[in-house]
Design a protein around this ligand. Structure first.
Ligand SMILES: [Zn+2]
Length: 76
């Protein structure tokens, strides 16, 4: 019984973190994409936010890596 609760807690703690890690944020008003933790990503208004799960998708949409948070470029 205790074990089951521990597993549930572990899933709740680690699942959002892994989803979060596989995400890059960009603004409709710029040509840069960021790690969600970047201070510039935090400033993007929800209405302008574009999310990508891979650098390739961001590059295809015309975005380049941010020079502050340095997310991986396409093919890296
Ligand atoms: Zn950034």
């Amino acid at each position: 019984m205790k074990k089951r609760i521990l597993v549930a807690v572990a899933v709740l703690l680690f699942l959002p973190a892994s989803v979060f890690a596989a995400e890059f944020w960009a603004s409709k008003n710029s040509n840069k994409y960021h790690y969600p933790s970047c201070k510039w990503a935090q400033k993007i208004k929800p209405g302008n936010l574009v999310k990508f799960s891979t650098p390739e998708q961001a590059a295809k949409a015309g975005y380049v890596p941010c020079k502050v948070c340095r997310p991986p470029g396409p093919g890296q």
